[in-house]
Write a protein that binds this ligand. Sequence first.
Ligand SMILES: C[S@@+](CC[C@H](N)C(=O)[O-])C[C@H]1O[C@@H](n2cnc3c(N)ncnc32)[C@H](O)[C@@H]1O
Length: 254
Amino acid sequence: MPTLDGGGVGYGPPAPTRPSPRRPDERIAQVIAQALGDARTVLNVGAGTGSYETEAHTFTAVEPSLAMRARRPAQLVTAIDAVAEDLPFADGQFDAAMALFSVQDWSDVDAGLHEMRRVTRGPVTVLTCDPARVRDFWLYEYAPDVLETEARRYPPLQRLAAALGGTTTVQPVPVPLDCTDSFNEAYYGRPELLLDPAARQPCSAWSFLDDRARQDFDISLRHALGSGAWDEAFGHLRGRPAYDGSLVLLRALP
Ligand SMILES: C[S@@+](CC[C@H](N)C(=O)[O-])C[C@H]1O[C@@H](n2cnc3c(N)ncnc32)[C@H](O)[C@@H]1O
């Protein structure tokens, strides 16, 4: 069962001594930095452990999960306990705002994005997955329930754009073959790594699976790798430098 913790799903109890398993990828960081432009003050909503909070900006972090707040590295700002749907900030307080891998967890996405727009003068940036493309990934053959969960939870891009208002551009974000971040498509050409529960842990959709389903996934992928079936079908991905999957960046201007 997924855990519920201050508005988050599947992020577990506080574990202050456990390091974050997320390692931001520098190529994805560049895409985010470009979207934020020359903003000085940036609001990070659903900030989690602070992936992609670089020194180039002055961040304010909002994170409702005590477990996630407790896991933030000491050098980052302390996150404020609040939710996207009710941000404790003045109108236009920030130069820019971002929500990374977070909107799928919110109880009211429209309200959360309206709030981000309200408190931000410049670009509001949302890194998310396009639910229409989530099932195209090879993982669907081995863990369909995980990708069905993701497809159900990620809001449609049109809905995000409508809630953000103004002008929204949608940019596909290619995933590098040696991506250091931990989401399912990060392993598109390195399927063996997805057999490691630690690699799957940051992706909350896995927490909706019971032990039996996780075992079934493990057995079927191991079997496909051992028999060569995976390589026959998808082996070309092992050498593809980047993968155009479901990852997208929305950038909305007022
Ligand atoms: C998958 S994590 C991503 C964390 C971080 N943005 C990152 O990329 O590492 C999603 C985060 O959204 C937070 N969250 C859940 N519901 C929220 C809400 N209503 N408002 C703001 N954040 C929320 C969760 O607690 C969790 O930390």
